[in-house]
Design a protein around this ligand. Structure first.
Ligand code: BEZ
Length: 257
């Protein structure tokens, strides 16, 4: 196990080990991106770099960025031939550099979406394209509602913790895209039930991705809350010994005119 930066909540080994479905699903988004040899493409929220590597192998000049230093360190170790940087999507300073900005499973972490969209727009060359997929309206509703419910039943106040994600509707997100100047050429919201790895898949998922919701709660209490969440969701989300998370994705394509 590599050293983990302590104030960075992301564990890159766990991400690669138990949550590789994130980049596996991203392969499909690359079809929508339709990258051409020689293009310069920004992979925004690249995680540990697997999709950037896929693009690099297609002879794309790819740059991967992520806010997590742990993720970027892991990406650099795995793929030293690719440029990766720790960067915040709401503070980019690229100016008309990219033929495309590509983002898989990252934008739901950004609670100031218009700031990110402005940066993305500025980063693109004229006619450049923005292709993204992330959690859309109603994403993981069963899971997040149950966590909230169990936190309350355990006697903790949930109200003072902000919901950690941004899951917009198509109407909301494409309107923001238009406000910053994009021509929206494609948008879709769809259910994508997602199998989590292992019998403890839901617990591992909560620990990796929903830890913000349980912040400030002592370890033993968290364990009880998670186990109650599992008990309550079993009949809805556990089939054939596999947890299936209730993912809903939004996919968009915008062109910089
Ligand atoms: C998602 O990919 O939809 C997602 C991942 C982690 C937390 C919330 C949503």
């Amino acid at each position: 196990m590599k050293s983990q930066i302590s104030n960075d909540p992301w564990n890159a080994d766990l991400y690669d080990g138990k949550h590789s479905f994130v980049s596996n699903f991203g392969d499909r988004l690359i079809d929508l991106l339709d990258p051409k040899e020689g293009e310069k493409i920004l992979d925004l929220g690249c995680g540990t770099g697997d999709l950037a590597k896929n693009l690099f192998d297609k002879k794309i000049e790819v740059i991967g960025i992520d806010k997590s230093e742990n993720m970027i360190n892991q990406a650099k170790t795995k793929y030293p031939e690719i440029e990766f940087f720790v960067e915040d999507a709401t503070e980019l300073s690229y100016h008309q550099e990219f033929d495309a900005v590509f983002s898989n499973a990252a934008l739901h972490w950004i609670k100031t979406p218009k700031k990110a969209l402005n940066c993305i727009y500025k980063s693109l060359k004229k006619d450049g394209r923005f292709i993204a997929e992330f959690g859309g309206k109603g994403n993981i509703k069963l899971i997040s509602n149950e966590i909230t419910q169990q936190i309350k039943e355990a006697g903790f106040e949930f109200n003072n913790k902000p919901f950690p994600w941004y899951f917009p509707s198509i109407g909301e997100y494409t309107s923001l895209m238009e406000e910053v100047g994009f021509k929206v050429t494609f948008s879709q919201l769809f259910n994508r039930p997602t199998a989590l790895e292992g019998k403890d898949g839901l617990k591992t998922w909560i620990e990796m991705f929903a830890s913000d919701m349980l912040e400030g709660i002592a370890f033993d209490k968290k364990e009880v809350i998670i186990s109650r969440v599992e008990d309550h969701l079993k009949k809805h989300l556990y089939h054939n010994e596999t947890w299936i998370a209730d993912y809903k994705r939004i996919r968009v394509v915008g062109i910089k005119e």
